[in-house]
Design a protein around this ligand. Structure first.
Ligand code: N2P
Length: 367
């Protein structure tokens, strides 16, 4: 049997071998993630297993992460941007460090389909990121209020938001859209029957006009408030990220407040995004970041997160950790027909982004 000093010597030796020169990192990790995008016990489990404490901040838009990382010295070790178009264009700005795959022992757990989607473009996303969750964008609505104010409204379509025939009468009970210009323009384009990836100036004008037409009907433009507002009955139609809408439906159900929220991915097509985990180039704790990303590739870690937040994950074998109710939810695991209509939006040229940002600011402030 080994005596205690043998153990100590062995541990010391392994530290020296794995870090011949560098001092071991302090046991700290700074994470910046989307709000409502993790289970309540995930971080405690990570700390209990690794001894690494986590500072955890949240955001609700890709632009916030981009602004922080572009400014530099954000202090963050792991961030969760959407692969397209954000992460793909951020790689070109060299704000991430390549991943050391040797340190990612659970890499084989990644779903092949997700890997293929990320590999389908030239940006080499997988050199810098590991996929986390997959989110379709859709609509959540208050069934009682919509039935009362807009009887016969097509509760499977973008019409509910963009067609004034339905949007005008629903104005009084509150409509919101995401503060996400790419999402709103893509939804308007697909509602108009156009290609949501279009950069044609005429299509852009038409989408902008469609959004401006219903702008007076919007109670607000925000990317996370709608969860509680829908659940409390303070909002009756929300354009939102699929899992967040599922959480609104859950919260209304738990509150037993008579609010009945339904969620759908519109028949015309819904944008789907893969959110990824990446390590900023100037991260203070890159080793801990790798340990965290590796932890987040385990089925027993990510399955319960899917259960908690209502988003499908990118890891194989999580079914055993996801409730049947979640597994049968077509918002989280959509039918082949819905998936066939999914679209992604690739990175756009700078000139287009500038025009979009300008137009979006005008739409937001002009009401
Ligand atoms: C989590 C929202 C994540 C989906 N609240 C947007 N990428």
């Amino acid at each position: 049997m080994l005596k205690p000093y043998h153990l100590a010597a062995g541990a010391l030796l392994s530290v020296l071998v794995s870090h011949p020169l560098a001092a071991a990192e302090e046991k700290l990790l700074n994470v910046f993630n989307w709000s409502d995008y993790i289970a309540s016990d995930t971080l405690d489990r990570f700390t209990a297993e690794t001894g690494i404490k986590v500072n955890y901040d949240v955001y609700d838009s890709n632009e916030m992460v981009e602004a922080k990382l572009m400014a530099g010295k954000s202090g963050y070790d792991v961030v969760f941007p959407s692969a397209f178009p954000f992460f793909a264009r951020q790689i070109q700005a060299r704000i991430y460090q390549p991943l050391d795959k040797q340190k990612l022992t659970n890499y084989g757990n990644l779903e092949e389909g997700v890997i293929n989607s990320l590999n389908a473009t030239d940006e080499k996303i997988l050199d810098f990121a590991v996929p986390y969750m997959i989110a379709g964008t859709g609509v959540g609505f208050n069934r009682g209020k919509v039935n009362a104010l807009a009887p016969g409204a097509p509760t499977n379509s973008w019409d509910l938001i963009f067609d004034p025939k339905w949007s005008d009468p629903l104005k009084s009970c509150g409509i919101s859209v995401l503060d996400d210009s790419g999402e709103v323009f893509a939804a308007a384009l697909v509602w108009l029957g156009k290609n949501p990836r279009s950069e044609d100036p005429e299509d852009f004008k038409a989408a902008s006009a469609a959004i401006q037409r219903i702008r007076p009907n919007l109670r607000y433009i925000h990317s996370s408030s709608y969860i509680n507002d829908l659940a409390n009955g303070d909002l009756c139609v929300a354009h939102g990220y699929g899992g967040d809408l599922v959480q609104a439906r859950d919260r209304a159900g738990e509150a037993k407040n008579g609010v009945d929220i339904s969620v759908y991915l519109p028949v015309e097509g819904a944008q789907v995004v893969i959110d990824v985990m990446g390590i900023p180039a100037d991260a203070p704790h890159p080793d801990n970041a790798h340990i965290f990303i590796d932890f987040m590739m385990r089925a027993d870690v990510v399955g319960p997160i899917t259960d908690a937040v209502g988003y499908a994950n990118a890891i194989r074998g999580t079914d055993a950790f996801v409730s049947e109710q979640r597994r049968n939810d077509p918002v989280i695991y959509p039918s082949p027909e819905t998936r066939a209509k999914f679209f992604t939006v690739p990175p756009k040229p700078q000139a287009y982004i500038r025009q979009l940002t300008r137009e979006w600011t005008r739409i937001k402030t002009d009401h």
